[in-house]
Design a protein. Structure first.
Length: 265
């Protein structure tokens, strides 16, 4: 099944434009199906609305547009053919319902103006946009979900939430790295214990390059965990990028952990 897409602000404007044009054409005394000026025809409008078949919440418009196109293309195949009264009224009725439903659904949508310093176009695609295929595949499902949630939180300026889930993901990555590197199991740990345990076992003078961000991550975790802790676009963006950097530096270790698990199974 094709993955459904979400409507962007420009798409909302475009849909409104084609629905409005279709309404104007259907109000005329004579509505030609596909006149010489194709751009000003019901057929042309429906062809644009056809793209909504895979758009979440609005697929019903695309499906009905496809149905009308199939029906009317077969019936009005002659040049300068015009819609008869029953067909025009049927299409007009559906277009009116589309407009009403679109207005109703759009009230539940939120248009955000991200303040983050990260490219919003990449954030909308989630963590996959920031990693290579190999690095992405090294992540566990919950780690991918966490970074996708962090990206979503950044888009809506929920900076504390963005840092929280990003740091939680960092702890998951470091826990797997630690267990692979030391052959010791950490077991069930509370939020923050992983960073403290690694800090104790690997003092600064004994740290490998994979742990260069450890002090920063501990500091931000302590700040966010404090009841009066705050976060802004700069802190949240920096933490997100640092956790992405951690994914890149640890992906070989985390990949080996996955391979070992598969071999054991």
């Amino acid at each position: 099944m094709t993955e459904r897409v979400f409507l962007k602000p420009w798409g909302l404007y475009t849909i409104g434009k084609w629905i409005e044009r279709l309404q104007v054409l259907l109000e005329q005394s004579v509505t030609y199906w596909s006149p010489a000026n194709v751009a000003n025809s019901p057929k042309h409008c429906l062809e644009h609305l056809l793209d909504l078949r895979e758009t979440k919440h609005l697929d019903f418009i695309g499906v009905r547009a496809e149905s009308f196109l199939s029906k009317f293309n077969e019936k009005y195949w002659k040049a300068d053919a015009y819609l008869d009264s029953p067909d025009r009224e049927e299409l007009k009725s559906h277009v009116s319902r589309w407009e009403g439903r679109l207005e109703e659904i759009s009230k539940e949508w939120i248009l955000s103006y991200p303040e983050t310093h990260i490219d919003a176009r990449k954030l909308t695609k989630g963590v996959k946009a920031f990693l290579t295929a190999e690095e992405f595949n090294a992540l566990e499902p919950l780690e991918r979900q966490g970074l996708d949630e962090a990206a979503s939180s950044l888009l809506f300026n929920n900076f504390i939430s963005a840092e929280f889930v990003a740091l939680r993901t960092a702890e998951s990555l470091l826990k797997r790295w630690y267990e692979k590197r030391t052959s010791k199991k950490l077991g069930r740990t509370t939020w923050g214990e992983v960073l403290e345990k690694i800090n104790e076992e690997f003092p600064k003078q004994k740290r490998s390059k994979e742990l260069l961000l450890l002090d920063y991550l501990r500091e931000r975790r302590n700040e966010i965990a404090h009841p009066e802790g705050t976060s802004g676009p700069e802190e949240a963006s920096t933490t997100f990028f640092n956790v992405i950097s951690l994914c890149k530096s640890l992906h070989l270790y985390t990949t080996w952990v996955k391979v070992d698990k598969l071999q054991q199974d």
